[in-house]
Design a protein around this ligand. Sequence first.
Ligand SMILES: NC(=O)c1ccc[n+]([C@@H]2O[C@H](COP(=O)([O-])OP(=O)(O)OC[C@H]3O[C@@H](n4cnc5c(N)ncnc54)[C@H](O)[C@@H]3O)[C@@H](O)[C@H]2O)c1
Length: 274
Amino acid sequence: MDGDVHLGAMTTPSSATTPPPQRVALIVGAGNGLGRAIALAFAQTAVRVVAADLDLAAAQQTLTLAGPSANGLDLRLDIANPADSTAAVRSVTEKFGRLDILVNCAAVCLVDPLIDLTPERWDKVFAINARGAFFCMQAAATVMIPQKFGRIITISTPASHVGVPLFATYGASKAAVDSITKSAALAWAPHGITVNTISPGRMTGGMVDALDRDLARLTGQNLDELVASRTKTLPMGRRVDPAEVAHAALWLASDAAAYVTGERFNFTGGQELQ
Ligand SMILES: NC(=O)c1ccc[n+]([C@@H]2O[C@H](COP(=O)([O-])OP(=O)(O)OC[C@H]3O[C@@H](n4cnc5c(N)ncnc54)[C@H](O)[C@@H]3O)[C@@H](O)[C@H]2O)c1
């Protein structure tokens, strides 16, 4: 999907003699799953990758997997703490002098029957998925606005606009992400910043494995049977590999998508048509 789009460097040289600066991407939640897949995909296109995660060892492992082409930086960041996002953006600009792309993949999904949901569990999910996601975007935008260039990619889910009674906080927090993505797109469009969301279908590994285990425990179902029956409901009869979804991030960050903002990119294999 990225085709021959040149993603690694800005297309407008700063002068006839200086090469265009290499683009710099901050990937939050880069230690696992989709964040790692996007970090690896960006590294392949000569973007400098900053891999940030609550789990620093996992972020470091991502950079190791990316190899020298990532040319990057690893950071520990708790997105629930806005000061961490501010500090991370400062570290990126101190090291590289710019920040072109922010992709935030960090999120949690807690399973709670609605009747048992506590304010503490609600707050935990919202602090990471919604509040944290916004203040990380805001920190990035403070650099992108004077730079007059930025690509911000948020991650949503089909669960943001349907009822999901056993993980309602997750769905509600991602509905907040959908909304703030549109507001940020409008607010920052005059500054050359695009803000879009990718809604992946059910991916292999990561969060879904943990979710399936929790659902099996809560409903008393056999785990293998639960996974098989949930997979059967998917139009393509399979979950999507995060590496497939990473193509959407490559495209949204590329020059080809310069006029695309406030959009939801469904990468759900038809799941949202049902
Ligand atoms: N897995 C799916 O099927 C699916 C479907 C739709 C949307 N999504 C969304 O895609 C994104 C990635 O999902 P995944 O399955 O790759 O998740 P994952 O659980 O595999 O990875 C999430 C990463 O975020 C990190 N993280 C968690 N809390 C953090 C915090 N407070 N600060 C910083 N980092 C933190 C974790 O350490 C982990 O490395 C999430 O936003 C998720 O909501 C996932």
